[in-house]
Design a protein around this ligand. Structure first.
Ligand code: PLP
Length: 394
């Protein structure tokens, strides 16, 4: 009565929330460090953007809009991406989606079929793995090298290309490691993609949440290799629940015309993305405000504090993230000799101390022996959490 396709889907980030609910029922306080949603912490959607959403509602813009997105929004997105990346997209190169998540589903649906492979970073954001499998394909992870601050291992990436590879996916800033790929590595990946005639998929949802480095979007360096960039309003504009994102096609030699046509068919089949949120998103792009910079400043302090605390806990090793709001510490499971694997560690920590993180193996095989923690909560909460963690490991 049900397909393997849906039964096999795993999403560790939400799976631990189920255990957290059981723990809550026992009366214990649970500290949520498992979900990358700034809006559930002390970051709020800017008022002028919320006002634009309300205005759109009361102006009656509650109808089905163009399946590819409201024209004015597509135009603003195109201008925004052109300026940021020094590229030449037009409105026709933009498709508005229900979050980057839907952009990923569309792209993977358009590229992957039985036995075809998608090259993704490992550790990997689970959605890349899930949808590759959902469409009967095979996610293949290229290594992000923990010893090299999680930079992609270019030799490994090259070795993993086969005649079934359909595309290479980059996710920078990266979830779960916080890595911002170096410009050198982005350029190397573009060269490899060019050599094998593969498109790049670039998940850029965290591109405005960066602490030191510059973000290098592959589109800004690529003269001929096609790049499908994805971004949205969830993180930079603090509107996670609005479900608005977009894809932009940087395709100077028109290699993706067929794929884009197919993705447009898919977009039409699901009618349209949330209309009122699209009208509000126009406002967010027209007057970008100061909220993103303010959020980054707050987060930098929380990252520095988290790094200082975690690196001083015996049995934990950690890299300092360049962007996004996650850390991906390694836990010396052998040294402690108490937990069989990262999942057991995470569940035990949650049950005993109420600290809810995500087990590393939920981010693919390269995530084993790690856990992901978000440093979105305020400093006071973070202090409590690291004290609890220290206690737990003693
Ligand atoms: N891509 C990455 C790497 C993410 O971490 C997330 C959410 O956490 C998403 C995409 C989802 O973005 P959206 O809310 O635009 O669907």
């Amino acid at each position: 009565m049900v397909t393997r396709r849906v039964l096999d889907l795993e999403y560790a980030i939400r799976d631990v929330a189920v255990v957290a609910n059981e723990v809550k029922k026992t009366g214990k306080t649970v500290y949520h460090l498992n979900i990358g949603d700034p809006v559930i912490y002390d970051f709020k959607t800017p008022e002028y953007i919320s006002q634009a959403l309300a205005d759109a509602t009361f102006k009656g813009q509650n109808y089905y809009v163009d399946s590819l997105g409201v024209a004015e929004l597509r135009e603003e997105i195109s201008k925004f991406e052109n300026k940021k990346n020094n590229i030449n997209t037009t409105t026709d190169d933009i498709i508005v989606t229900q979050g980057v998540t839907e952009g990923l589903i569309f792209t993977i649906a358009g590229l992957i079929e039985k036995g075809k492979e998608l090259l993704i970073p490992g550790p990997s954001y689970p959605v890349y793995i899930n949808y590759s499998k959902f469409f009967d394909g095979v996610p293949i992870e290229y290594e992000l090298d923990e010893q090299d601050n999680w930079e992609p291992n270019i030799d490994d990436l090259r070795k993993k290309i086969t005649d079934k590879t359909q595309a290479i996916l980059l996710a920078s800033p990266n979830n779960p490691t916080g890595l911002v790929y170096s410009e050198k590595n982005v350029k190397e990946i573009i060269n490899i993609a060019g050599e094998y005639n593969l498109p790049l998929i670039s998940d850029e949802i965290y591109d405005q949440i960066i602490y030191e480095k510059e973000h290098s979007s592959p589109a800004s360096f690529s003269k001929d290799v096609p790049v499908i960039g994805m971004n949205g309003f969830s993180k930079a504009h603090l509107a996670t629940g609005w479900r608005i994102g977009y894809m932009y096609f940087h395709d100077p030699e028109n290699k993706l015309i067929e794929l884009k046509g197919g993705i447009e068919n898919l977009a039409r089949s699901r009618l349209c993305a949330n209309s009122i949120a699209q009208f509000a998103a126009i406002e967010a792009l027209k007057s970008p405000g100061t909220h993103t910079a303010e959020m980054v400043n707050k987060l930098r302090e929380r990252r520095d504090y988290s790094y200082k605390r975690l690196r001083n806990i015996e049995g934990i090793s950690i890299n300092k993230p360049d962007g996004a709001f996650y850390m991906f510490p390694k836990i010396d499971l052998e040294g402690f000799g108490k937990w069989k694997n990262d999942k057991e560690f995470v569940i035990n920590l949650l049950e005993e101390k109420g600290v809810c993180t995500v087990f590393g193996s939920g981010f693919g095989s390269h995530g084993k022996g790690h856990f992901r923690i978000t440093f979105l909560p305020d400093l006071e909460t973070l202090e409590t959490v690291y004290n609890l963690l220290e206690d737990f490991l003693k």
